[in-house]
Design a protein around this ligand. Structure first.
Ligand code: CAA
Length: 380
């Protein structure tokens, strides 16, 4: 089996590469330094269809599959992890939750503006006391006046400040454990819903991460996603797809770091010759290239399986686990190849390392991926 992109997919790959090189690359350091979340990029992302990559044309989407989606996220990550992360969180978390579990009315009202890039989306699962233990959600939703009153908070939420639409889960029946958690659509105009505390992060600094607070926030019944009590199960299925995009993001970051190291190794002269001529450096480059190729194949396999409508719980966790861990290693080796210069902000590799680290944590830590994989293996 030859696993390679077809002509059309290659065209998509190179058009995104061109966009990332011309519209993102020149600003990467400054956005990183100042933690600037470039909302001004939104119209350009929308024009390219990047705000609705995986959604049907009838909702204004680009109607692409996960193979194309992974390829796009990889190309964005190759230049700037933060932009890849934003596009991924918008597509596969918030928008996809409404697409997969929303009714037609909810899709028309909330999904269409998200897909058109008129609105930014955010997704709230994590809470201060419920990170890896996602079913330990403390936020509550209590029935009142034909709707729900929501109290609690979410943290580490991508686009918490700039979003117009947030999908978040809350406990609707404490007695039922994970079957007593429901998902709701929140609209930034709702009273009692606000963002707080923008995080000052190690990496992914141009991607906005903040907390969300609900204080007696009234959500109408029509904003319940699917049936009451299905929110946790929905979130798990959303993460099955989301983790493919984080794997792709990690592949892109690793690719960017590798390319920088390869270029440097050919240019940097020590002991009278380019350091790429030394076997110590060649072996590093060989390992980096091999690890990236393996991670890309695992990611594309998970994406192709998702496109074929197969269950991808195990494959998406394997892809995310492997790709994120090799991205950290590849970026670290890229710093090593650069020596002292790699430790400075004059070269891009220290940023790739900082960005890569997030991929081993966001959308489930490496430890949670191992747990998911082990449970899938043992129940097979
Ligand atoms: N597909 C379908 N069903 C699934 C499923 C999946 N992927 N995963 C779990 N389920 C089902 C199980 O079969 C089980 O069903 P039954 O009760 O009927 O047997 C039920 O859901 C509960 O599953 P578990 O017993 O496995 O639940 P658990 O409490 O042990 O938790 C977990 C499992 C894998 C650890 C889960 O809590 C998890 O994924 N944690 C990590 C959460 C995470 O990734 N957070 C990051 C979110 S990103 C964010 O919020 C910020 C942002 O902006 C990006």
């Amino acid at each position: 089996m030859i696993f390679e992109l077809n002509e059309e997919q290659l065209q998509i790959k190179y058009s995104i590469r061109e966009f990332a090189e011309s519209e993102i690359r020149p600003h990467v350091s400054q956005w990183d330094e100042s933690q600037h979340f470039p909302v001004e990029l939104l119209p350009k992302l929308a024009e390219l269809g990047l705000m609705g990559i995986i959604f049907p044309e009838k909702y204004g989407g680009a109607g692409m599959g996960y193979v194309e989606y992974a390829t796009i996220i990889e190309e964005l990550g190759r230049v700037d992890g933060s932009i890849g992360l934003s596009v991924a969180a918008h597509n596969s978390l918030c928008s996809n939750h409404i697409f997969m579990f929303g009714n037609e009315k909810q899709k028309q009202k909330y999904l269409v503006p998200l897909v058109r890039g008129e609105h930014f989306g955010a997704w709230g699962l994590t809470e201060p006391q419920a990170g890896s233990d996602a079913s330990g959600t403390k936020t509550t939703a209590i029935r009142s006046n034909g709707g729900w009153i929501v109290n609690g908070s979410k943290n580490f939420i991508t686009h918490a400040i700039s979003c117009h639409t947030l999908v978040a889960v809350a406990v609707t029946d404490k007695e039922k454990g994970n079957k007593g958690i429901s998902a709701f659509i929140f609209d930034k105009t709702m009273k009692g819903f606000r963002a707080e505390k923008k995080e000052n992060k190690l990496g992914m600094r141009a991607s906005e991460t903040a907390s969300v607070v609900f204080e007696d926030c009234y959500v109408p019944e029509e904003n319940l996603l699917g049936n009451e009590g299905e929110g946790f199960l929905q979130a798990m299925q959303i993460l099955d797809g989301g983790r493919i995009s984080i794997a792709a993001l990690a592949v892109g970051i690793a690719q960017g770091a590798y390319e920088a190291a390869l270029k440097y190794a050919k240019e940097r002269v020590q002991f009278g010759r380019p350091i790429a001529e030394f076997q110590a450096i060649q072996f590093k480059l060989a390992d980096m290239a091999t690890q990236i190729e393996a991670a890309r194949l695992l990611t594309l396999q998970a994406a192709a399986m998702k496109d074929a409508g197969k269950k991808v719980t195990k494959q998406s966790s394997m892809a995310k686990l492997f790709a994120s861990e090799i991205a950290v290693k590849v970026a670290e080796e890229a710093i090593q190849i650069h020596g002292g210069y790699g430790y400075t902000k004059d070269y891009p590799v220290e940023k790739y390392w900082r960005d890569a680290k997030l991929c081993t944590i966001g959308e489930g830590t490496s430890e949670i991926q191992r747990l998911v994989i082990a449970r899938q293996i043992l129940k097979a």
